[in-house]
Every structure is written in structure tokens, then in C-alpha cells.
Design a binder for this molecule. Structure first.
Ligand code: AMP
Ligand code: MG
Length: 334
């Protein structure tokens, strides 16, 4: 009798132990996936019991965010409707608009998400061309964030020909929305990249590379060792093309409608917020080193500038977690 009881107890303990191991195995399930969404390449690496489900949800979310909300070309999207009706109900994007209008103001218009008509002329993302000067100045005359008014959830276009474009912040917005899924699904660790924007989540130190602006996509000039954050890079190497012996890229100076030409090759922002990291990397690229550094400071974000003369400026705390890995580049500490 005693022997039977002992055997039963051993079996129960073994079963509990096996169940624990099995549960832990599931709890640490790792899922990796790569897909094309929001007109760019995305990578998702998750660790946690519901990784597979969360990974599927992320993919659905990015597709829906694009088609239903941010897309310039999908006729059902909020942004498309606003552009085609010269404003209207913007409830689904009003929280993003408030943040982006603030970046427009604080960057003194260097960041301006009403440049859609000008960007269109350059045809970035498809077959870029050097536009006609007169066409640029005509399109530019309808841009300007000051012409927009957000009245509650109603977005009023002061100029009905303004074209809003979330190209500079959409990837960051996606990261913020993805984070909500990760929290809900209790994911332990996550690295999600959408184009040049990355979300890091988990209780550990992550390593993120700063891309070599003159090399291929797998080559890096520095690494950052950081806790869970969002990291976005804007680089003139993205969507670059040549015309009349000159190089052009997709980050535009809102004053001229032409690509910014200020000696910078890339700007990286480290922030708790996806939308801010994405918007500020574009804004700081346009502003250049001095003003960009001040803007990043206003928002409490780390910032890294890489210049054409192969210097790397790391500011607002970024100097503490950057390590240069390519000896052609020099870290400048101010
Ligand atoms: P990113 O790669 O995040 O820096 O975003 C670049 C995209 O933002 C471009 O392809 C345009 O759609 C848009 N864009 C270009 N110049 C600006 C600007 N000065 N302010 C806001 N958006 C811009
Ligand atoms: Mg951006």
C-alpha cells in the first residue's frame, strides 16, 4: 500500500515536472518571419507563449494600417479620403496628427507631412525622375502644415490641393500599434523592424547596427547597446537615384522641394516612441547637425548623425551606448 502511494507520488511529481518543462518550452517559443508590407521589408522576431499568433496579427495589422488608414493610393484609406475631399473626419488618425503637427512646429517646418504633391513629382518608391522646376514650385505652393487645422477630429485643409503624406512617420506608427499586440499577447522579447525603424522589447540589452550609408544593406559602421526602445534611421542612401550626373534622394527640404543637401548621410533617433523616432529621424536629417541635435533634445531622444566626411556625432546620451565598428568612421564627442 505504502509502496503504491510512493509510486503514485513519484508519478505525479514527474508529470508536474514534465508539464512544467513543456509549458516553459512553449512559453519560450521563438518565431521569426519576414514579409513585405507598407512598401518596405519587415522582420519580426518574437519570444513568448503566443509568438506565432502575435506574429500573424502583426502582419495583418501592418497591411490593414496601410490599406485602411495611411496609404496614399488605396481609395478606402483615411489619408486618401482626406486628400481627395480636402479634409474631413480624421478621428482614426487624430492622435498621430497631434504628435506630427507638434514635430512640424518644433522643427520650424523642416518636418512637413504636407509635401505629398512634391514627393509624387519625384516618384520615389517607383521609377524616380528629376521633376520640372515649375512643377516643383507649383506643388510646393500647396504644401505647408500651417494650412492644416485639426478641429477636434475634423481635419480642415486651408488649401484643398494640399496632400498629406505619412511616409516619414508611418513605419514608426506601425511599431507603436505593434507594441500593443505584443503587450496584450505577453510577448517576452521582440525585435520588429519595418524598413529603417526598429522596435525592441524585453528585459535585456539589445545590439542594433547603424548601417554603412555607403555600403550594402548588411554592412554596419557602428553598434548601439540599448534597452527596449524604438530606433529609426533616415538615410540619403534609401531610394537614391542619379540624373544629369547628380545624386538625388527622398528626404526633401520643404523650402525648396529638392532633396536636402547638408553634408549628412544618415540620422538615427533612439526613443520610447515609434512615431517620434521615425518623424524625428526625418526632421533631424532636414535640420542638420546643430538644429537637429536641439530638436532631439527637446523630445529627450538620443540622436546619431553620420556625415559625408565620415564623422559620427552621437548626442543626448547616444555617446554612452555607441561603439564605432568601422575604422573609416570617427566618433566626434563634443
Ligand atoms: P524617412 O525615410 O522616414 O525619413 O521618410 C522619408 C519620406 O518622408 C519620403 O519618402 C517622403 O514621403 C516623406 N518626406 C520627405 N521629406 C519630408 C519632410 N521634410 N518632412 C516630412 N516628410 C517628408
Ligand atoms: Mg522617418
Amino acid at each position: 500500500m505504502v509502496k503504491k502511494k510512493a509510486v503514485a507520488i513519484v508519478i505525479i511529481i514527474a508529470a508536474v515536472f514534465i508539464a512544467f518543462l513543456a509549458y516553459d518550452g512553449i512559453a519560450n517559443t521563438e518565431v521569426e518571419s519576414a514579409f513585405f508590407s507598407m512598401h518596405t521589408h519587415s522582420n519580426v522576431k518574437l519570444k513568448g507563449a503566443h509568438s506565432r499568433k502575435a506574429s500573424e496579427e502583426i502582419r495583418e495589422l501592418t497591411d490593414k494600417l496601410d490599406t485602411d488608414i495611411l496609404s496614399r493610393t488605396s481609395s478606402s484609406s483615411v489619408v486618401y479620403q482626406l486628400n481627395n475631399n480636402g479634409g474631413g473626419n480624421a478621428e482614426k488618425i487624430s492622435s498621430y496628427l497631434n504628435i506630427l503637427l507638434d514635430v512640424c512646429k518644433k522643427s520650424d517646418g523642416a518636418f512637413d507631412f504636407t509635401l505629398g504633391a512634391v514627393s509624387d513629382l519625384w516618384s520615389f518608391g517607383s521609377s524616380p525622375v528629376l521633376p520640372d522646376e515649375a512643377a516643383i514650385s507649383s506643388a510646393l505652393s500647396h504644401s505647408g502644415y500651417e494650412k492644416l487645422t485639426l478641429d477636434g477630429n475634423n481635419l480642415v485643409f486651408g488649401d484643398k490641393l494640399s496632400v498629406i503624406d505619412f511616409g516619414a512617420a508611418g513605419k514608426g506608427i506601425a511599431l507603436d500599434e505593434i507594441k500593443k499586440i505584443l503587450v496584450e499577447r505577453k510577448i517576452k522579447e521582440a525585435v520588429v523592424s519595418i524598413g529603417g525603424s526598429i522596435l525592441l522589447m524585453g528585459n535585456k540589452e539589445f545590439t542594433v547596427g547603424i548601417r554603412n550609408p555607403e555600403g550594402n544593406s548588411g554592412s554596419y559602421i557602428a553598434k548601439l547597446r540599448i534597452p527596449e526602445k524604438c530606433v529609426s534611421t533616415s538615410g540619403s542612401y534609401e531610394q537614391q537615384f542619379e540624373a544629369n550626373g547628380k545624386k538625388f534622394h527622398h528626404i526633401l527640404d520643404p523650402e525648396t522641394g529638392y532633396p536636402v543637401n547638408n553634408g549628412l548621410l544618415s540620422v538615427t533617433i533612439v526613443s520610447d516612441s515609434g512615431i517620434l523616432s521615425d518623424a524625428l529621424s526625418t526632421a533631424c536629417f532636414v535640420l542638420g547637425y546643430e538644429k537637429g541635435k536641439a530638436l532631439a533634445e527637446t523630445y529627450g531622444c538620443g540622436v546619431i548623425f553620420v556625415t559625408e566626411d565620415k564623422k559620427v556625432y552621437a548626442e543626448n546620451g547616444a555617446e554612452n551606448y555607441i561603439e564605432i565598428t568601422d575604422n573609416e568612421y570617427t566618433l566626434v564627442v563634443q
